[in-house]
Write a protein that binds this ligand. Sequence first.
Ligand SMILES: CCCCCCCC/C=C\CCCCCCCC(=O)SCCNC(=O)CCNC(=O)[C@H](O)C(C)(C)COP(=O)(O)OP(=O)(O)OC[C@H]1O[C@@H](n2cnc3c(N)ncnc32)[C@H](O)[C@@H]1OP(=O)(O)O
Length: 224
Amino acid sequence: MTVDAKPVAELPDPRDFGLAVVPEKEIPAELASLVEEVRSLVDAVAHTKAGAHELAAARDAVAAANACLQGDRHDVGTMVQQTWPDGRVEYGTLTNVVSGPTNAAAPPLRMEAAPEGGLRGEVVLNGTYQGPPGLVHGGWLAALLDQALGAAAGAEGMPGLTADLNVNYRNPSPLDTPLEVTARVTGTERRKVFVAGEVRHGGRVTAEGTALMVRMNLPGDGGA
Ligand SMILES: CCCCCCCC/C=C\CCCCCCCC(=O)SCCNC(=O)CCNC(=O)[C@H](O)C(C)(C)COP(=O)(O)OP(=O)(O)OC[C@H]1O[C@@H](n2cnc3c(N)ncnc32)[C@H](O)[C@@H]1OP(=O)(O)O
């Protein structure tokens, strides 16, 4: 395979594309803990056997919280800037459904540089990600892999969009227990970035994926 896709010298700054950027360290601690609380709330609501009185009280409390938060909001498309321990800077959408730090629907998955190359992360999916009894929904495993594979391309300076994603489900992925996610770039060809990754439970591969990411066509890179 020809290896001629050029990593971008510097990651594009989303501000140059008219997108707002929130540095992760500026997310208020109160918002981070609120997101945690809401994530736990969604799980509690999904599984509750509470009686009518408790349900009505909870609904009123949630309605009050909801009213409290209906003020100023970030625009859709707002990016979060994350700085990793090694100094690497990464951008993602603030509300990315897999990794967005302010999205209570995100597990969230955080990927970091893996010693063996590529990226590695760990995530626990609770019962709100259920497909078959006690198991993670296959669509969510695909979402985890899509995100991890995209992040691996981005980490190599080749951020792009998923053109093609293939997932093989090898073994069941249980809920409520740590899953390891790994991803790496396996090749490049013009703007095409080939990536591969796995989800593991207890060291055993439960799902594996490959994808073609098409690198963003950035001004000044000739579109090659
Ligand atoms: C602005 C600021 C930036 C900030 C930086 C951000 C960094 C972030 C870093 C890291 C985190 C990332 C984490 C994200 C993870 C989640 C990813 C997703 O969920 S993405 C959503 C789902 N995907 C879509 O919605 C795409 C929809 N499709 C398209 O928009 C287009 O089809 C696109 C862009 C994929 C390609 O369109 P074309 O016009 O740009 O390019 P063409 O010329 O068609 O293709 C280029 C090459 O790719 C091949 N190709 C294209 N699609 C293919 C396909 N489906 N299968 C096989 N080959 C394909 C073509 O044959 C061509 O190959 P040849 O160079 O000629 O050999």
